[in-house]
Design a binder for this molecule. Structure first.
Ligand code: FMN
Length: 175
């Protein structure tokens, strides 16, 4: 049986890509036929795939515009196939906000987009103040101050739970 997977992602500082790379490596180790594309580069035909996985990080409360456009453009195909969405954000550093039912961005996203993937996952991202512009750093520091996160301007903390990523990879195989 044909069983091809494609992962399409959007990232700014690279954490979503890091997660995608880990999943791709794991799937290949399990002899899965998997392809990985940035949403900016994908110009293939989704009909060539059986499982379509879409991942995006959050910036100021929203998933990337290109990802939302991609989903809207390909909705009929996504609905005809096994489809998966995952979100990467910092609110998910709190385990109680790391599921599709408890993460505020994921809840809001699905209220608007009118698409129900076969599987939805939510991963904690990374904070790396040194990479941010002055404005972004001040804003994230403020959000972290309000949500009891790290505010030290040199903080570089990866919250991603790699065991969760592995478990997700296995779920993709079984889907
Ligand atoms: C400018 C900026 C805005 C962000 N806004 C949010 C936000 O509104 N909520 C949140 O939970 N995380 C927010 N984050 C955290 C990112 O989602 C997190 O750092 C993630 O790991 C980024 O993934 P990426 O490197 O793939 O883009 C923001 C990060 C930056 C730099």
């Amino acid at each position: 049986m044909q069983n091809k997977l494609v992962i399409i992602y959007s990232t700014v500082d690279g954490q979503t890509l890091k997660i995608c790379n880990a999943i791709t490596k794991q799937l290949k180790e399990h002899k899965q036929d998997v392809a990985l594309f940035s949403v900016n580069d994908f110009n293939g035909d989704l009909n060539n795939y059986d499982k379509i996985i879409i991942g995006s990080s959050i910036r100021y409360g929203v998933h990337h515009k290109k990802i939302i456009e991609f989903i809207n453009t390909h909705k009929p195909t996504l609905e005809a196939k096994k489809s998966v969405f995952f979100s990467v954000n910092l609110v998910a550093r709190k385990p109680e906000k790391r599921t599709a039912d408890t993460n505020p961005y994921v809840i809001k996203f699905f209220k608007k987009i009118n698409w129900k993937p076969t599987l939805t996952e939510c991963f904690a991202g990374k904070i790396d103040y040194k990479k941010y512009t002055f404005f972004d750093r001040i804003m994230i520091q403020l959000i972290m101050y309000m949500t009891k996160g790290p505010t030290n301007k040199d903080a570089e903390i990866e919250y991603t739970d790699w065991d969760q990523v592995k478990a997700f990879g296995l779920k993709l195989i079984d889907l």
